[in-house]
Design a protein around this ligand. Structure first.
Ligand SMILES: [Zn+2]
Length: 172
């Protein structure tokens, strides 16, 4: 899997694969399970806590995440066809980085509280809720990717871009 990155500072010229609106899977087949495991492997090897399929050029609604990895644990989550089904109204400024936009460190407005429905790696429907922790912002960051939305699109107005001097953590 090759990570698509965009080092061009022009917002208009992002790699078009990062702008793909990915497509839902009909059924979680063993082929898709293998892809998910590969995506997880890629995420961990990149020292990241989230990765979406279109970041490696795959046009499927699949993302993997593991906020616990930031704290030295491994609690992987595989999501097919994830959708935000509920969210609170309150926004906060989430400090984020993105593997695909390695030069950016941004504070992105995100909902504090989200509820996401998805199919797990076993193909069963799950619901995950998060209120006020890192998971909520990682979920929104990765789901945005699957809709071709990048964190720079979420900035309320032109924000001073900070350059990263720390480890790049997807969706952090
Ligand atoms: Zn990202």
């Amino acid at each position: 899997m090759k990570l698509i990155t965009n080092l061009d500072h022009s917002k208009e010229e992002f790699d078009k694969r990062l702008r793909y609106k990915t497509e839902p899977v009909e059924k979680v087949t063993s082929k898709f399970q293998d892809v998910a495991l590969e995506l997880l492997k890629a995420m961990y090897s990149l020292n990241a806590i989230g990765l979406a399929a279109n970041q490696v050029g795959l046009k499927i609604q699949l993302c993997v995440l593991d906020p616990a990895f930031l704290f030295g644990k491994k609690i992987p989550i595989v999501m097919f066809n994830p959708q935000i089904v509920e969210h609170g109204e309150e926004l906060y400024g989430s400090p984020e980085g993105c593997l695909s936009l390695p030069e950016f460190g941004l504070t992105v407005p995100r909902f504090r509280k989200v509820v996401v429905k998805y199919l797990g790696i076993g193909g069963k429907e799950h619901t995950i809720k998060d209120d006020n922790s890192l998971l909520a912002s990682v979920l929104q960051h990765e789901l945005d990717h699957l809709n071709g939305v990048l964190m720079v699109d979420r900035l309320p107005e032109r924000q001073e871009v900070t350059y990263k001097d720390h480890i790049i953590i997807e969706g952090d």
